[in-house]
Design a protein around this ligand. Structure first.
Ligand code: SAM
Length: 252
């Protein structure tokens, strides 16, 4: 998969792209990234990419011409490549959106700065806007890295264990349950016995129940509308009874 990333600060990407899974994905040819400095596409002699907002007010706005010139030089008239503006006003990024994006052979990400980009970029150039959360960052570079990272780990062959992503939190609507590794006893805190039993069916059931329990405790909203088996629903009903029993004991 190929990413074209438009930014005023290409060097911000150096660290994350040169480590661990993102580095290995590039070395194996599963991922390629081209960083484009928007400043290189400004046609005036000072390579100006921002200007004061019409109507007054503080802050600067990114000019449309360099961004249009960059996108047109990179993808031309190819409408098959999603042109994504990262923006706090976009659709909220999620594992489902990461999976959707992982199906494209190529993506183009535009990183805003200052007060954001001229509205005509949003209206006439981009095909999608993605927010990584309900807060405002100083620029789109960190948001673009989040999208790049979440999409890349879904690409075939990028993770050592291809099944791992299936059990990740949010992959199938649940949070993942707890993980343990050696030692089996750390400061008197023991690993649950079932994990040491070698009984794969029992371990799979325990993991499923832990995922259900954790999701119910931390993100009950995720359970709404989720397709659950009879066994899952029985387990959740049992948890419900346990907690109402505890409420009764407390006199709530
Ligand atoms: N004035 C803008 C607003 O209120 O919507 C915020 C501009 S922000 C300071 C500068 C740039 O950072 C944005 O153009 C966008 O590219 C990026 N950015 C900030 N917060 C973001 C978020 N939550 N998700 C994605 N991109 C974000």
């Amino acid at each position: 998969m190929h990413f074209d990333i438009l930014t005023l600060f290409p060097s911000m990407f150096q660290g994350p792209l040169e480590e661990s899974i993102l580095k290995r994905a590039q070395e194996s040819g599963r991922l390629s990234i081209t960083l484009h400095n928007i400043r290189d596409y400004a046609s005036d002699k000072h390579h100006i990419t921002d200007d004061a907002p019409y109507g007054g007010g503080g802050g600067m706005v990114m000019k449309p011409e360099p961004i249009f010139a960059a996108v047109e030089a990179i993808v031309g008239q190819d409408t098959s490549v999603p042109r994504i503006l990262v923006s706090p006003q976009g659709r909220l990024f999620s594992q489902a959106i990461a999976s959707e994006l992982a199906h494209f052979p190529s993506l183009l990400l535009i990183c805003g700065r200052y007060e954001g980009v001229d509205e005509r970029v949003r209206q006439h150039l981009v095909t999608d806007e993605i927010s990584i959360g309900d807060y405002v960052l100083t620029g789109g570079e960190l948001a673009a890295m989040v999208v790049l990272d979440a999409v890349t780990r879904l690409l075939p062959g990028v993770l050592g264990d291809p099944g791992a992503v299936l059990h990740d939190s949010h992959a199938q609507g649940l949070l993942e349950g707890p993980h343990y590794t050696r030692p089996a006893d750390f400061r008197g805190w023991r690993v649950p016995e079932v994990l040491l039993s070698g009984d794969h069916a029992a371990i799979a059931r325990w993991r499923r129940e832990q995922a259900l329990r954790r999701t119910r405790e931390r993100r009950p909203d995720l359970l709404d509308g989720l397709q659950l088996s009879l066994q899952d629903r029985d387990f959740l009903a049992q948890l419900e009874m346990e907690s109402s029993g505890m409420d009764d004991e407390r006199g709530d």
